[in-house]
Ligand binder design. Structure first.
Ligand SMILES: [Zn+2]
Ligand SMILES: [Zn+2]
Length: 360
């Protein structure tokens, strides 16, 4: 069975043959159908974030079909179509009960093992590290990471819900709770930023102002519903936003992960406005804003995984897709076999793809 293995940061990833043990108590074996290439995979590959657990099987956005269930599994069955969730949704912890499943206390992603500490992937008897391992033909995960979905939607499209769509749309609807008629700025229109635009459309926002340095991404933002566009390589973003909004936006979403762009988002909002950091910040970096501006009822808000409640949110998002109200086809700008792994991340860096979906 093939999988994309990160052996050393900064070195091209190879597709290699691996072995996979079957599911144990509460675990499920899934055959992957689609898997999205996400910027956080790239952070690991490139060495932008320290990453000690190698050799590591990459991938966290994915969809597939259940092949085998371990003892005690009750929420999915063989043959079910499923999407992987970034976070467990155990349904028993305090945060799950409180409607904050994105903060489930049984979240282990990033440990690079199953919750039990087990590592089901190996190569010539040597155990490999993995989290959800969606860049493999098959993977084994706890059932709490899987959401069963309707079967009439192509899995190569549905996979996008699992990370980028949940994060972006959820940031607007679940976390910031943008009101109809609000003015919304989106700084950074990549795979997640596009979904912040979509969330703003679903919230019936008034002006939806897309900001990026790449014209292709601004064009894509238009295709999913942005109404105004600022090329940050040519224009003064804050000044343009002030002009467009008569003194500041109600909401500004930062979808890159740099302190300077969070500050820029903050500077775009009016008194009483909300700045939402969606981008993943680099470790150890502080976010600073001017105290007097904050004093005027402005809010700086973090959001992890779009305050997602996967078992609740994935199904309605797919219903919206089927009804033509949430766009997925436009997001998956390229489909590639897993063998073209490194090319997909070259596209990402060149800004020529919003999302590449790997097939197996
Ligand atoms: Zn992701
Ligand atoms: Zn929980």
């Amino acid at each position: 069975m093939r999988a994309a293995i990160l052996r050393e940061q900064g070195v091209p990833v190879k597709i290699e043959q691996v072995d996979l043990d079957g599911p144990e108590q509460g675990e499920v074996r899934v055959q992957l159908v689609g898997a999205g290439a996400c910027h956080s995979d790239y952070h690991r590959i490139s060495g932008h974030v320290d990453f000690g657990t190698v050799p590591y099987i990459l991938g966290h956005e994915g969809s597939g079909i259940v092949k085998e269930v371990g003892p005690g599994v009750s929420t999915v069955a063989v043959g079910d179509h499923v999407i992987f969730s970034l976070t467990a949704q155990c349904g028993r912890c305090r945060n799950c009960h409180d409607g904050k499943a994105n903060l489930c206390e049984f979240w282990v992603l990033g440990k690079a093992t199953l919750p039990t500490g087990r590592r089901p992937f190996s190569q010539d008897g040597v155990e490999l590290y993995a989290d959800l391992a969606t860049f493999a033909e098959e993977t084994v995960v706890p059932e709490t990471y899987l959401v069963k979905i309707r079967e009439d939607i192509p899995l190569e499209k549905a996979c996008l819900i699992g990370c980028g769509v949940m994060t972006g749309v959820g940031a607007v609807l679940n976390r910031a709770k943008v009101e109809a008629g609000s003015t919304v700025v989106i700084i950074g229109c990549g795979g997640v930023g596009m979904n912040v635009v979509q969330g703003a459309v679903l919230a019936n926002a008034g002006k939806i102002i897309a900001v990026d340095k790449v014209q292709f991404k601004l064009d894509m933002a238009e295709s999913v519903g942005a109404t105004h566009f600022i090329d940050a390589s040519k224009e003064d973003v804050v000044k343009r936003v002030m002009d467009l909004t008569n003194g500041g936006a109600d909401y500004a979403f930062e979808v890159i992960g740099f302190p300077q762009t969070v500050r820029q988002a903050f500077d775009c909002i009016r008194p009483g406005g909300t700045c939402v950091m969606v981008g993943v910040p680099f470790k150890g970096q502080d976010i600073a804003v001017p105290g007097m501006k904050l004093f005027w009822d402005r809010t700086v808000m973090g959001t992890f995984y779009g305050a997602g409640r996967p078992k609740t949110d994935f199904p309605w998002m797919l219903d919206l897709y089927q009804d033509g109200r949430l766009k997925l086809d436009e997001l998956a700008t390229k489909v590639r076999p897993i063998e073209e792994f490194n090319e997909a991340f070259d596209d990402m860096n060149a800004g020529t793809a919003i999302r590449t979906v790997f097939t197996f």
